[in-house]
Ligand binder design. Structure first.
Ligand code: AMP
Ligand code: MG
Length: 474
């Protein structure tokens, strides 16, 4: 079945990209895993990857008819410093496909070789970080969190030099768009306001189709970007996800979780947790994520000031606090099983978080064991205070039930903990067990349901997987 390519990004002026094809990889690459659901979504037959020749499309040996591959240019604030030129340094947009749902999807390879935007890099990606991204995109999606996803992962068999020599890989990413805040910054700081407007129009026309007003169009659009970002970060916080590198070039204009690097899920509840070992100041710590998201939106407001007067842009971003709070309170109320937040419910989860912090409780498991009193209590040192908390909780449950509000706490039992990622990586790299990717994905496909088979993964890092060093190196 031919894919229905319609590469709308290539209709933008040539200053937005460099048209090129990927480096040819000849070192006997092989497919590690693929996602049948995404194959179906973009119109690939399930048997597509049965044929080894199919890999050729992703390793520079063949091109899909109608595709139009290119590397995008963008810029960004990295750890607060403006870098005037970044871009797809190791990624290529093979083309955009009209999916079975009528939406456009980027078909993007990451780790595909050098591009004009590679700077000092080698254009490659290591197997380790590719496995992390491949699985985590899916884990987030199943948790109901907007994210890029991946069609497949290919082991390239090419060595990649990092702190050590490592095996390389390519992942094939699928997302409605990989456009970042940094795309706008690139043109703004070059005083190329015409292209800022062209890109804004492109994004609105194709991805914010609900915005129909002509008068207030850009402001409405920016309000929605701000709202989507606030919702995304609220969901990250609620599930205990820490991105690790919230630079503006890693912020999706569509509010997707984008560019998985040194991310992590909270184990011990510690709001100051820094998941990225390269983040020495803790700029991107778990608790800083909302304020950093807002900082990034301010950076975007600056980059959009040629289409939105700055005072209006800043006003929009100032509303982030309210939007985030609303969304986060909603998420936290749901974790306790309440439909709508109120002051008592807010106090209740705030108190719980304080107790969890004192007890170094496991964030995921404490919420997951909420309704099983004896198990729940094992997560606390001060049993008396925890029991008191349960008492208050039960009182509120009864009140809510009396008001006819249904009660279904929604908490994942399984998240993609760093130790699980590490165990998977070790098994694949050492060729011990390639089936582990399927196993972990099966578990993470139903994160909210208890699965006896996978209970070993509902746990803090066992001793052998403790003190992992997860850095920017990828
Ligand atoms: P990241 O930290 O992965 O979000 O990447 C930041 C920038 O560096 C982006 O422009 C990437 O394309 C680029 N980059 C990261 N790693 C490499 C690499 N190995 N080769 C070339 N460019 C890279
Ligand atoms: Mg990036």
């Amino acid at each position: 079945m031919p894919l229905s390519f319609d590469t709308i990004f290539a209709t933008l002026p040539s200053t937005f990209y460099t048209k090129m094809s990927g480096e040819v990889i000849t070192d006997n690459p092989y497919l590690l895993h693929f996602n049948p659901e995404l194959c179906e979504l973009i119109g690939l037959e399930n048997s597509f990857f049965d044929d080894m020749k199919s890999l050729d499309y992703f390793i520079g040996k063949n091109t899909f008819p109608g595709s139009d591959s290119l590397a995008m240019v963008y810029a960004g604030h990295q750890f607060g410093q403006y870098v005037p030129q970044l871009g797809d340094g190791r990624a290529l947009l093979l083309g955009q496909i009209i999916g079975m749902d009528g939406k456009h999807y980027d078909l993007q390879v990451k780790g595909a070789g050098l591009t004009p935007y590679s700077r000092m890099g080698d254009g490659r990606a290591v197997l380790r970080s590719s496995i992390r991204e491949y699985i985590c995109g899916e884990a987030m999606y199943q948790l109901g969190i907007s994210s890029t996803r991946a069609l497949g992962i290919i082991a390239t068999n090419r060595p990649v030099i990092r702190e050590r020599i490592e095996p390389g890989a390519i992942i094939v990413r699928i997302a409605e768009s990989h456009i970042r805040f940094g795309h706008f910054e690139y043109f703004h700081y070059r005083n190329d306001y015409k292209n800022v407007a062209i890109l804004a129009n492109h994004v609105i026309e194709h991805y914010y189709t609900n915005i129909t007003s002509t008068k207030n169009r850009y402001v409405e659009w920016f309000q929605e970007i701000t709202a989507r970002t606030a919702t995304l970060i609220a969901k990250w916080q609620a599930v205990g996800f820490c991105h690790g590198v919230m630079n503006t070039d890693n912020m999706s204009i569509l509010g997707l979780t984008l560019d998985y690097g040194p991310f992590g899920f909270l184990e011990t509840y510690n709001p100051t947790w820094i998941c990225n070992q390269s983040d020495h100041s803790g700029r991107y710590s778990y608790q800083n994520q909302p304020i950093i998201a807002q900082w990034n939106l301010y950076a975007l407001a600056h980059a959009l000031q040629s289409v939105i007067p700055i005072h209006q842009g800043l006003e929009v971003v100032a509303d982030f606090d309210r939007l985030f709070k609303k969304s986060y309170e909603h998420e936290m109320a749901q974790k306790l099983g309440f439909n709508t937040p109120n002051a008592s419910i807010n106090l209740l989860w705030q108190r719980l978080l304080t107790l969890m912090q004192h007890a170094s409780s496991d964030y995921t498991l404490t919420f997951s064991d909420l309704l099983i009193t004896d198990k729940f209590l094992t997560h606390f040192k001060d049993k008396e205070q925890a029991t008191q908390w349960i008492y208050t909780y039960e009182k509120l449950i009864n009140e809510e039930k009396k008001n006819g509000n249904t009660f279904t706490p929604k908490n994942p039992r399984y998240v993609f903990r760093n130790w699980i990622a590490e165990k998977t990586i070790r098994a694949v790299e050492d060729n011990v067990d390639l089936s582990i990717i399927s196993e972990i994905l099966t578990m993470l496909n139903s994160p909210f349901e208890k699965q006896e088979k996978y209970e070993q993964y509902a746990s803090k890092a066992p001793e052998q997987w403790q003190n992992l060093n997860i850095s920017c190196s990828s």
